[in-house]
Design a protein. Structure first.
Lengths: 280, 270
């Protein structure tokens, strides 16, 4: 595999991890526009632990994910009292605040960025992304996944069925942030350098785009979305600056023709994807 | 006769032993801002029987359902289920107290299959983290699938198990909504206009289904405009108008109350 192909594959792996960090809360009807902030938490925490405290990557990367999860749990309690556009704005603001804090935090290099001493190989990154996909597929086959779908469809009815809707929403938000933190930690250790400017709002928006255009009805939607929107710009590279125009036009077309996303539950069923139960 | 004339078992609940009734509502009120939609409402639904809650549109019937199921918090009054005061119990805990409900406008999960909707209804019997994170959907022979399928088969709906809810006919969805509500084995089932929009055959199927539930000891509180349907299944009737009870008794008894005829049922000649 050429260096370019490896580079694209690793980029795809990071996008897949990011897409699933957005997908989980979105499966419960929550739009998290601050996912880049949670990636930053994971990246900086794990990098600090590796650099300054000499932790092994095997400990520092999970610790980065855990730090994101803990912050998300604390933040989710007040933030998830909001819904719809207010939740989107609250998470957007949270992501901006986190990025601003790291941008000014001297202990991790502030605006100059922060080199990371340890290195994660491309194959480990790809294997971790595959692990995240498998985890999400596993969750989708449990009552947990089913209840998230139910909450998104009708939170009142799900509540009356006895499901702890708020607890489920907080956990989805926190697990999503944990996955984002995991991705951020891997990112820092793979590229050996992190800077706060990378974890900006565009990263969050693009990640949400992967999920929405891939489709939220099925657990494989974010994977399809991330693959499509990672490889498409690469395929359009030959068209030079026109690729931005073509890319934007394709997004608009997809929103018009497939507002429910590329992959839907009914499409999977028609493809004969399952015998029992639906991919939700 | 007074404006709040009651017949039948009027006042019985005052002297009853706790738990004689599946549902007791005492002095229930609900206001939205300055608008009182339920005012000082008291009635009781006998255990193991079907009680109808009837009245004109806007009388507050669905609001009563929302108060009993915990969707709304009452402004005043108490709600007792099987003698237990559940007024302060959160809505999601009420199913543990034996209260389940269906909705006037069917609220099934449209893009899920029928059996997946039923799996959600099983939640109260699948508690704990082990149940929450068991990948049972990879196991076609898991007991949860079998139980859900069995519940459908009992009602003659087994053939629809793997179909997407959104693609089914209205009458079938109504029945599935009912099956889902019964999966928690509730002692009190609230049914909001279960016969609305059904054809005569579907109505007969529904009646048979409700009789089966009643024979198993489930108490029913039914909001319904179809009086022949009410007459078939409900032994006790409570009539509301403008959020207040105007009559209570058997259907024949409440039909004789002038306020009921004036506000809702009309006279024979009409």
């Amino acid at each position: 595999m050429s260096g370019y192909q490896t580079g694209v594959l690793v980029f795809l792996a990071f996008n897949v991890i990011a897409a699933y960090s957005v997908y989980l809360p979105m499966a419960a009807g929550q739009l998290n526009l601050g996912i880049a902030g949670f990636m930053a938490i994971g990246a900086y925490t794990s990098a600090y632990l590796s650099n300054e405290l000499g932790w092994s990557m095997l400990a520092s990367v999970p610790a980065g994910a855990l730090a994101s999860c803990l912050l998300a749990t604390v933040v989710a309690v007040p933030v998830l009292r909001t819904h719809g556009i207010y939740l989107a704005l609250a998470t957007f603001a949270l992501g901006q605040i986190i990025a601003a804090v790291f941008l000014n935090l001297e202990v991790v290099g502030a605006a100059a960025g922060y080199p990371v001493s340890e290195y994660v190989s491309p194959m480990v990154v790809v294997a971790c992304a595959a692990g995240v996909v498998l985890l999400m597929v596993f969750l989708s086959r449990t009552r947990y996944g089913l209840y998230l779908t139910a909450i998104k469809n009708d939170a009142t009815v799900t509540d009356l069925m006895g499901v702890n809707v708020r607890g489920m929403q907080i956990s989805a938000f926190a697990i999503g942030a944990m996955v984002a933190g995991f991705g951020g930690a891997l990112y820092g250790h793979h590229y050996s350098f992190i800077e706060a400017q990378h974890f900006n709002v565009l990263l969050s928006v693009f990640t949400v785009l992967y999920v929405l255009l891939g489709g939220t009805q099925t657990v494989l939607g974010p994977l399809v979305g991330a693959v499509f929107f990672t490889l498409l710009p690469e395929a359009l590279r030959a068209s030079d600056q026109w690729r931005y125009v073509i890319f934007a036009a394709l997004i608009i077309l997809m929103m018009l023709l497939r507002p429910q996303g590329l992959l839907t539950a009914s499409l999977l069923r028609s493809l004969g994807g399952r015998k029992q139960g639906v991919q939700q | 006769m007074s404006a709040t004339a009651t017949l039948g078992n009027a006042g019985a609940m005052a002297g009853s032993a706790a738990g004689d009734y599946a549902l007791e509502v005492r002095g229930l009120s609900k206001s939205f801002g300055g608008l009182e939609v339920i005012g000082d409402l008291s009635f009781a639904a006998p255990r193991g029987k079907a009680t109808a809650l009837i009245g004109p549109n806007g009388a507050g019937k669905t609001t009563v359902f929302n108060l009993v199921s915990g969707v709304y918090t009452p402004t005043a009054g108490t709600v007792l289920v099987n003698g237990r005061d559940i007024t302060g119990v959160p809505s999601r805990r009420r199913i543990h107290a034996g209260v389940a409900r269906s909705f006037q406008n069917i609220r099934l999960m449209q893009h899920l299959t029928v059996i997946e909707n039923l799996l959600i209804g099983q939640h109260v019997r699948a508690q704990g983290l082990g149940a929450l994170f068991s990948p049972f959907r990879l196991m076609p022979k898991h007991r949860w699938w079998k139980e859900a399928q069995q519940a459908l088969d009992e009602c003659g709906l087994g053939a629809y198990a793997q179909q997407t809810v959104g693609a089914l006919a209205y009458g079938i969805r109504k029945r599935i909504d009912l099956v889902r509500a019964t999966l928690a084995s509730p002692s009190l089932l609230l049914l909001d206009e279960p016969a609305a929009g059904l054809n005569p055959t579907e109505t007969q199927d529904l009646l048979a289904h409700l009789r089966l539930l009643a024979s198993r000891g489930t108490s029913l509180l039914v909001v319904e405009h179809d009086m022949p349907f009410v007459g078939e299944i409900c032994e006790h009737v409570v009539v509301l108008n403008f959020g207040r009870k105007i009559a209570e008794g058997t259907l024949d008894e409440v039909r004789q109350v002038p306020q009921v005829r004036e506000a809702y049922l009309g006279s024979e000649e009409e």
